[in-house]
Write a protein that binds this ligand. Structure first.
Ligand SMILES: [Ca+2]
Length: 137
């Protein structure tokens, strides 16, 4: 009986250890690695994978910024997660070039969207793989 309890305890301990390993998130620093302070950063995949593309200023045309794994070869219509690591204000991003079309209004400074498939443009459709420009404040 005692032996069985010990075996069970070991199994539970092992399971707990496994769970801890599975659920332990990467630190914020790891998650956003490559997104320095003052930048708005984007990734081609959800959860901050495959990137980042990063800008300190307004960017009216993502199609001039290459990214090899995107279908178009550029960041336009290719973003699935974003992080506003700016120091001053919010970022609004848009479906069209030159801040046109549907938009996502003012992602606050220090905020992220890990999977744009779960978010909505101003017109109610998904911004996933649609961003083509962004503007601060
Ligand atoms: Ca677009």
């Amino acid at each position: 009986m005692g032996k069985m309890l010990r075996r069970c305890a070991a199994a539970v301990a092992g399971l707990a250890l496994t769970l801890v390993c599975l659920v332990e998130p990467a630190s914020a620093g790891d998650r956003y690695a490559g997104c320095p302070p003052t930048y708005f950063c984007v990734w081609a995949a959800s959860d901050f994978n495959d990137g980042p593309g990063k800008w300190q200023n307004n960017e009216p045309n993502y199609a001039i910024w290459g990214h090899g794994t995107c279908p178009s070869g550029t960041w336009s219509n290719c973003v699935s997660s974003v992080f506003n690591n700016g120091q001053n204000c919010a970022v609004t991003f848009y479906d069209g070039n030159n801040y046109a079309g549907a938009f996502y209004y003012q992602l606050p400074r220090g905020s992220f969207l890990a999977n744009l498939a779960y978010d909505r443009w101003s017109d109610g459709t998904s911004p996933n793989d649609k961003i083509s420009s962004h503007k601060w404040c």
